[in-house]
Design a protein around this ligand. Structure first.
Ligand code: B3K
Ligand code: ZN
Length: 883
């Protein structure tokens, strides 16, 4: 397999100005005719025109209307090369035949439950026709679709519907035209039996946009939340960024078989069902929130991704990091900002930090790849969003907006790079950010150490920072990064001190905002080491560091335990209150893990219990915040902090703390669990979501005790629940404890919901993650459950993905979990390499475990890599994991 490098980027030799596509959809084969107006990309180019193509049967090629003789071109399994294209502008016409019903990779044009659907990003368009399949080739498209009218009554593509009509033989056609230039990865076609929910949105300039969400008829009632989310997203982008939708029609299509969450094709977004369909009875609050976020995300891509796109795939974070940041802000504005921030930071810590510390570590803009699909990662997306967030932290909301405005002013209609975004941000704010671009090129999570000192005689408080960026594959040495650290100083009464001036680097800087006192300042730390001295500090403060998590780093401060309890109780920055609790919990868990490993008796620090009790009893804190604040860091997060990850010890300790907290806080937990019940009809709004979150978190704690009274309570909750959030939370709570009650509840749930594949997926996921010994056998059995289907990515992610995320079963000491995954990966690879490659990633951090586990996991990776006909996708992950 060939590795592709960022440094090798060259502009295309040829440009495509217009592309007219014609699809004749057949039951076995589809004929694709592509007419392209080609022009030279570089002055006087005479180089061969190399087109990408895969799994295509070439029927004919014409240049300027004349059939091209076979000695004028070459075809190999990956390319079609036109050896001597005419000078100047010319027309190219290529006819190919493809077989969508055989396409299980769900990339290119494929069949799903009888319908046709496309997925072209990153490089799927080459499975439709021969093309320069790269994002810097932008063209105007038309698309004519022809097919059987009964089988495919709905024919959709990008842009506006220009013409439609009936044809002989029970067929019909539709002609679509997209007035905007786009790269081929944004092309989409959908054909089949769908009905739509229609809505409309009037834009800020008064244009009426028709909104349509297409699903199989029976799912239409479940699309109202998605429609609401779309309208909110359209409004938000106008209000916050002044970005208006640019066509009169916006379509969303729902499909059960889809490799990722969703896809932002111009005016024709495609979504996997889980991210559109919701009703109170079948979807949880988490699902509702995910739908809001992803509908927003794909919609926001219309500007950040589509109008301004990426020059090459290495720049993916340009559109993804930025669009994730935008969807995070959207969800924050519609819900609770602190809670959203906590969720996003937790996600970063649990998934991105491990990636950044493992063999697949890469900068948010990778330097090379074998298969681009492998780089749609938490690093490119989530860490990328953190990098965008740092601009906002540094420049403020209005400075960030200025940067965005300049970015669009400069680059609308272009395919650009991360530097272009950086320059727009800096230029719009007359700023220089030394070492900031390192975030785009250096992998690894920086560790920042902070020590503090108070000098009473000079009334100064000093913070000394040092940073270390760990070595990562291919990058043994690192340069210092630009790290914005938001800081406040908390006085002994728990109030923020007004900050007056800071001395650093020989410069004394006044901290003020037009004479208004300032309580949080953003330190610009961009050297290996640097000291910041706060002046006029009347008493020793407790510093609140990295407020709002102002940079994606690991912070290692000299705050004492009592400082942390103080911040947990007092910090005005709610995020940092939560964070103080997490730091305490992480320390506690790590020390108990050591005790466990030395076979000492485990005991819980009473101060920790008191700290959480105070939070739980608070009447002023947001309820969802309380739920988050009493939740322990995940097992993965703790394993990540150990020299040798010990899943059994971490599991035992987390379970111990949970039970101990439950029994010591039982009355408070019971009070919260019962007083937050409600008989009102389900509504997805922050107050209700928060109430349910707190109630269900408490219920999970209580049930962990496995005592008859709480089991009864959970059963009652399960049976009386009127929405999926409560029902599923009760089921999950009950499922913590092996036994008849659990088995009965799981069976009951399946019988209730077996007609709804999305709910059944939840049922798979829950069983996959049960942290009980011997769960491997159970999961293996579920593979042959009639409701499971290896060809459906969502089911694979639920069952197999869920299983790999559960430390106890996946890392079973006998290697049974590894063996299971090894077999599944090979099976999956034959069906869908992208999905297989996501699954094989679970092995990538095998070196983190003890020798026995290492040997067992390594053996599976070796077995996988030696398999015949392995995809490049899986090869890349497996070989990098072994390297
Ligand atoms: N841009 C798509 C992801 C495509 C992944 C291709 N393997 C979804 C999104 O991030 O919005
Ligand atoms: Zn995206």
């Amino acid at each position: 397999p060939k590795e592709i490098f960022l440094k090798d980027y060259k502009k295309p030799d040829y440009l495509f100005d217009t592309v007219d596509l014609e699809f004749q959809l057949g039951s076995d084969e589809t004929i694709v005719t592509s007419k392209i107006a080609v022009s030279p990309g570089n002055e006087g180019t005479s180089s061969p025109l190399v087109l990408h193509g895969r799994d295509l049967k070439l029927l004919s090629i014409k240049v300027n209307g004349t059939e091209l003789k076979s000695d004028k071109y070459t075809v190999d399994p990956r390319h079609l090369t036109i050896l001597t294209p005419p000078a100047g502008v010319f027309n190219l016409e290529i006819v190919t035949e493809i077989y969508p019903q055989l396409n299980t990779s769900l990339e290119g044009l494929y069949r799903t439950t009888g319908n046709f659907c496309t997925q072209c990003e990153a490089e799927g368009f080459r499975k439709i026709t021969y093309f320069q399949d790269r994002p810097d080739v932008m063209a105007k498209y038309t698309c004519r679709i022809e097919g059987d009218k009964t089988l495919y009554p709905v024919l959709l593509s990008n842009g506006n519907l220009i013409k439609q009509g009936d044809l002989e033989g029970g067929k019909h056609y539709a002609l679509w035209e997209d007035p905007f230039k786009k790269p081929c990865y944004l092309f989409a076609l959908v054909a089949g039996q769908y009905e739509c929910r229609e809505g409309s949105f009037v834009t800020c300039s008064g244009r009426k946009v028709t909104l349509r969400i297409w699903t199989p008829a029976e799912d239409l009632p479940k699309t109202s939340h998605a429609m609401y989310s779309l309208k909110e997203a359209m409004k938000w982008d106008e209000e916050v960024f002044g970005l208006e939708y640019d066509l009169d029609l916006f379509n969303i299509v729902v499909t059960p078989d889809f490799n990722m969450g969703a896809m932002e094709n111009k005016s024709l977004n495609v979504f996997q069902s889980r991210l559109v369909l919701a009703s109170p009875e079948t979807a949880t609050d988490g699902d509702y929130a995910a739908i809001l976020g992803v509908i927003g995300h794909e919609y926001f891509h219309n500007w950040t991704g589509n109008r301004v796109t990426c020059r090459d795939w290495f720049q993916l974070t340009l559109k993804e990091g930025l669009t994730v940041f935008r969807d995070q802000e959207f969800s924050s504005d519609l819900g609770c900002r602190t809670v959203k921030r906590i969720a996003d930071v937790s996600k970063l810590r649990s998934y991105q930090f491990p990636q950044d510390a493992g063999p697949m570590a890469h900068p948010i803009r990778p330097h090379s790849y074998i298969k681009m699909d492998n780089f749609y990662t938490v690093t490119v997306y989530e860490k990328g969003a953190e990098v965008v967030r740092m601009y906002k932290t540094l420049f403020g909301a209005s400075g960030f907006r200025k940067g965005m405005d300049l970015y669009f002013q400069r680059h609308d209609g272009q395919a650009v790079t991360c530097e272009d975004f950086y320059s727009a941000m800096c230029d719009a704010n007359n700023a220089q950010l030394p070492n900031f671009l390192q975030w785009y090129s250096q992998a690894g999570t920086p560790t920042v150490k902070v020590t503090s000192a108070y000098d009473a005689s000079s009334q100064t408080f000093s913070l000394k920072f040092s940073q270390e960026v760990p070595p990562t594959p291919g990058q043994p040495m690192k340069e210092p990064m630009f790290i914005p650290v938001a800081v406040g100083l908390v006085d002994s009464t728990g109030k923020d001190m007004p900050l007056t001036s800071i001395y650093s680097d020989g410069i004394l800087r006044t901290v003020s905002n037009d004479g208004q006192p300032i309580f949080t300042t953003v330190l610009q730390f961009n050297k290996k080491e640097e000291e910041f001295i706060f002046n006029n500090v009347p008493e020793r403060p407790v510093p609140s560091l990295l407020r709002g998590y102002s940079a994606p780093i690991r912070l290692d401060s000299d705050l004492t335990e009592s400082d942390l309890y103080f911040l947990l109780a007092n910090d005005s920055d709610e995020f940092n209150r939560w964070e103080a609790g997490q730091v305490l919990a992480r320390k506690l868990m790590l020390s108990l893990v050591a005790d466990f490993q030395q076979q000492k008796t485990l005991a819980l620090n009473p101060k920790f219990v008191d700290g959480l009790r105070a939070i739980l009893r608070s009447t002023s804190l947001d309820k969802e915040f309380i739920a988050k604040a009493i939740t322990l860091p995940g097992q993965g997060e703790i394993m990540d902090m150990m020299a040798v990850a010990d899943p059994d010890a971490v599991h035992a300790v987390r379970t111990f703390i949970k039970k101990e907290l439950a029994s010591q806080l039982k009355d408070d937990l019971l009070a919260a669990a019962t007083s937050n019940r409600s008989s009102e009809a389900y509504a997805f709004n922050h107050d209700n979501v928060a109430r349910r979150a707190l109630k269900n978190t408490c219920l999970a704690y209580l049930t962990s005790m496995n005592e008859p009274d709480v089991t009864e309570l959970a059963l009652k909750e399960y049976n009386s629940a009127t929405n999926m959030t409560d029902q599923f939370a009760a089921l999950a709570a009950l499922s913590q404890n092996p036994g008849q009650v659990r088995d009965d509840a799981l069976l009951d749930f399946y019988n209730k919901w077996k007609h709804d594949y999305l709910v059944v997926s939840k049922w798979f996921a829950l069983q996959a993650t049960l942290d009980i010994p011997g769960n491997v056998a159970n999961v293996r059995k579920l593979l042959s459950h009639p409701a499971f289907d290896m060809r459906n990515p969502n089911k694979v992610y639920s069952l197999i993905g869920g299983f790999c995320g559960s430390p106890v079963s996946f890392h079973a000491k006998d290697g049974s979990g590894y063996k299971f995954l090894g077999e599944v990966v090979l099976q999956l690879d034959k069906i869908n390499p992208q999905v297989a490659s996501r699954m094989v990633s679970a092995f990538s951090r095998w070196r983190r475990y003890d020798e026995t586990r290492q040997a067992l996991a390594k053996a599976q990776l070796e077995m996988i890599i030696s398999a015949n006909g392995l995809s490049e996708n899986v090869y890349e992950i497996a070989s990098k994991s072994l390297a």
